[in-house]
Design a protein around this ligand. Sequence first.
Ligand SMILES: [Zn+2]
Ligand SMILES: [Zn+2]
Length: 387
Amino acid sequence: MIAGEDLHCQQASGREQYRVTHTHRTVTDSCCSLHSNRTGRFVRTKAAFYISTAKMRGYSEQPISVASQTQERHVWDSVKKAAFILGSGLFVFAAFRNTVTWYLQLFWGASGDFWQSQWVKAHGFFQGNEWVLFFLGTMVIPTLSFWIVNGLLLIVDATGKPQLITRYRIQRGRNDPVEPAKLQQAIRTVLFNQFFLSLPMVMVMYPIMKWRGNPCGTELPTFHWVLLELCFLGLLEEIFFYYSHRLFHHPVLYKYIHKKHHEWTAPIGVVSLYCHPVEHVMSNMLPPMVGPIFLRSHVATTMLWFSLALLLSTISHCGYHLPLLPSPEFHDFHHLKFNQCYGVLGVLDRLHQTDIIFRETKAYERHTLLLSLTPLSESIPDSLKRK
Ligand SMILES: [Zn+2]
Ligand SMILES: [Zn+2]
């Protein structure tokens, strides 16, 4: 408690002279407790008033100045500590970032010409038919990437083997193996969404992109520009997905739309696109589509982004926390508990405090990049759950 608070409370209780000369003593009566809860600004203003009043009345100044000096020193120490921590943090971050981009740049420098020549070849092969190039880049390649990865995961889901993979299952004892009828129904819905919704949306996206710029130009964007675009696209996706997803959890919309996606309390990879058509358009398609339109992205960037978005969504639903892959614990927890972890990156959940329960669980401790072969469900078991 600061000296001024002491003074305020002491004067209020009508014992000014005694207390003013004993400003070091900490008073913990109800008055002080109340004031210590107020904002720092209020307390400081009030303190200055009472200190000057005390001075005018001829009370001893020495303890006040000693106390204020001590306080100043504390504040200065805190500022120095904060500056040191922030400075070191920034330095480490900058060093790390430079190292990573340097290596990636090296890779791109060695292969950049390769990708550029491949793109020119593709242009020549399709005789500059930009519509075909756009369709391949935004629909065929991302969809193929989705089904190649999900095809492998489906083998594990349908057979419950090999143990090499299933030992990394997040919700133990679930989907071991998945019911065939349930699996077939999920696959049918996903194919419906891709064919009848994703495909027409991509067809509409092409004239919009043409109107915005030249999505299929012969020159590929630079490495750093693609990296920057991907960061921006990720942030936009987080914003659009978080709020549309939260909206779908409104009781009215949930019952008719989002409930379908939540039929899977223990999700599997293919379930990432298993949802009501309205949800597929609003939450699965529009959030990743608005970014490239806004940025006038090259179709190569859009292809990379769509493929990445589909693969990351598959990983976050797959139900296995595999080594060296992004952690799926966050979204898996959403399927388990419904009212937590709405976003993709977790930034907006932290901001809106929609991850409070999650952060109290063992799942949160497991929400990290697995760098060993020991499953996290073994190294951080649920039995020691705090909640
Ligand atoms: Zn989901
Ligand atoms: Zn949901």
